[in-house]
Design a protein around this ligand. Structure first.
Ligand code: HEC
Length: 282
């Protein structure tokens, strides 16, 4: 998608959301819209409902979900930055910006050098102030986001009992067709990784032929992005060409990925965690 058509899509989406918000407000008058966010999803009390506070769940519910996901969602998200609740933490914290790769989108403890803050304040080296086209966030809202980063950019507390060790989110997601070759793949797990087992054999990125059969391995560099080692960044050595790809995790007993609590990934063998397409399908 070209930049301009991307913008048109965003603008159209913005209009649509305004209509939806107006609709939700009306439904709220009739007594049926309470407890839903702008996208009609339920919000937890104290997050989207209450005042904005300097924690990730509150920022997600007040800012990222209602304002940013108009554009920053799905396979066509600008610069690959998806800010929906399932992906935003993994794609922000400790992850290099696409526009200025020497800066992290969120650098825990350092809001001035966090690219997302520069974009929100309008002094980033590349591109426009966010939200693109405005209206921009007020100073008080940006101050709360800065405070969350200053405090260490903690992830949201788990709502329920600890989940079994598994992939929580992967970008590009299974089935995605992404127009621009992603500079980096991001894999978030439900629990902290045993970092001594993260090595070149932990994940394999395969190029697939038209029939879906493996046709080669793409060299990648792996790194953890967060202090709690729950997110892996896989950076291809070379930009990915158009075609089909599949990301395979090694869950083998001795060599594969495991959690700090020594839980293995999957059934103890190889696990396909995403199959996606870069560019248009032939
Ligand atoms: C109307 C569409 C739109 C909205 C709404 C929007 N963005 Fe963006 N965003 C873009 C586009 C287009 C780009 C790439 C061009 C640019 O940077 O000017 C971008 C780029 C970015 C980048 C750079 C990513 C990188 O890796 O370099 C960040 C960070 C960002 N946006 C954050 C946000 C945040 C946070 C919000 C919500 C407060 C938001 N954006 C709302 C369209 C939007």
């Amino acid at each position: 998608m070209s930049y301009v058509s991307q913008l048109r899509t965003c603008r159209a989406a913005a209009d649509l959301v305004l209509i939806l918000v107006a609709g939700a407000a009306l439904a709220g008058c009739a007594g049926s819209g309470a407890g839903l966010d702008a996208a009609g999803r339920p919000v937890a009390p104290g997050s989207g409902n209450g005042p904005l506070t300097a924690d990730f769940a509150s920022i997600q519910a007040h800012v990222f979900t209602p304002i940013c996901t108009v554009c920053h969602a799905g396979a066509g998200a600008p610069q690959g930055l998806r800010l929906d609740a399932a992906n935003s933490y993994a794609l922000l914290v400790g992850v290099p910006s696409n526009e200025v790769p020497s800066l992290l989108r969120v650098k825990p403890g350092d809001p001035d050098n966090s690219y997302v803050v520069q974009k929100l304040e309008g002094h980033a080296a590349v591109g426009a102030r966010m939200p693109f086209g405005g209206p921009y966030l007020d100073d008080a809202t940006i101050a709360v986001i800065r405070q969350w980063i200053t405090d260490g950019a903690a992830r949201p507390a788990a709502a329920d009992a600890p989940a079994p060790f598994a992939v929580a989110a992967v970008v590009p997601a299974p089935g995605d067709v992404v127009a621009e070759a992603p500079r980096q793949l991001v894999i978030e797990f439900t629990a902290a990784l045993d970092q001594t087992r993260v090595d070149a054999g932990s994940l394999r990125l395969e190029r697939l032929d038209a029939s879906g059969a493996p046709a080669g391995v793409v060299p990648i560099r792996l790194a953890t992005t967060t202090a709690d080692a729950r997110t892996l960044l896989a950076v291809p050595h070379e930009p990915l060409g158009a075609g089909r790809y599949r990301l395979v995790a090694n869950g083998a007993p001795q060599t594969g990925l495991a959690s700090l609590a020594s839980e293995r990934l999957g059934a103890g063998a190889e696990l396909v965690i995403s199959t996606f397409v870069v560019g248009e399908l032939p």
